[in-house]
Design a protein around this ligand. Structure first.
Ligand code: ADP
Ligand code: MG
Length: 248
């Protein structure tokens, strides 16, 4: 229903965005004239020191937070003109989310957690796509388990399946491996990469971990609410060097 953009358009982007938190003396300019395009069918990592504006950027991109100036675009839709109801629909139908904590419902099986969002939206799951996602994540033997019966890594893989099952135009992941051990984290990162390379998805991931960023196709560094550098085909070493180059 919501095909990914294939006509060369960026999947999502911001143009000259300003976002200020708070007012008066305590106002913080979290995004200071940021312009970025996140191409379709690409895995992009957004990096930067704590407080550099990574989460603010993601919240603005996803329509969770309104900007003070500039344009935010998902596909051909400018989010800055939308009503709250339209933004809610857009998030439900066109965007997937993975957060640091998987936030699964404890009384539902893994399968029901994965499908809950679609059911609430009155959308019929595409069973073939569901099977593709579940198999790519190795979750088939776990579908009847409740979250409490799964490891942290398995729970986060369920959260990934929940984000992808509606075939969103873009998946936003904010520190998706932040609460996982390195092996479970690697499984989640492997899957995010696979979802882009083999399943045709588009992923924007916030991370402060250079190893996590090395799974992405492209890295963007923020510092003090501005785009400080781009790191094409990032490795842990080139990301570390770029972070060091910020002169922090
Ligand atoms: P990051 O995710 O890179 O750590 P954030 O986007 O969370 O950075 O924060 C950017 C800046 O905005 C920081 O200085 C932070 O303290 C400030 N900030 C973030 N959210 C709020 C808020 N709700 N109210 C006030 N200041 C905020
Ligand atoms: Mg953050």
């Amino acid at each position: 229903m919501h095909g990914n953009t294939v006509d060369g358009h960026a999947a999502v982007g911001v143009a000259d965005v300003v976002k200020v938190h708070g007012r008066g003396d305590t106002a913080v300019r979290a995004l200071d004239h940021v312009s970025l395009d996140f191409p379709a069918l690409r895995f992009t990592a957004v990096m930067g020191p704590s407080g550099s504006g990574k989460s603010t950027l993601m919240h603005c991109l996803a329509g969770l937070d309104a900007v003070d100036a500039g344009v935010v675009r998902i596909g051909r839709t400018d989010l800055t003109g939308l009503s709250d109801a339209a933004l809610t629909r857009l998030r439900r139908d066109r965007v997937g989310f993975v957060f640091q904590s998987s936030a699964l419902l404890p009384t539902l099986s893994a399968e029901d957690n994965i499908l809950l969002g679609l059911r609430l939206a009155g959308r019929r799951p595409d069973r073939a796509w569901f099977a593709t996602v579940v198999d790519a994540l190795g979750l088939r033997p776990r579908l009847r388990h409740k979250p409490g019966e799964l490891s942290g890594g398995q729970q986060q893989r369920v959260a990934c399946a929940r984000a992808l099952v509606g075939r969103p135009e873009v998946v936003f992941a904010d520190e998706p491996t932040g609460s996982l051990d390195s092996r479970s984290g690697a499984e989640v990162l492997d899957f995010l990469r696979t979802s882009v390379r083999e399943l045709g998805q588009t992923v924007v991931m916030v991370t402060h971990d250079p190893v996590a960023a090395s799974y992405a196709d492209h890295g963007v560094l923020l510092a003090d609410g501005r785009v400080a550098a781009h790191v094409p085909r990032p490795t842990a070493d080139t990301v570390l060097a770029a972070l060091a180059g910020l002169g922090a």
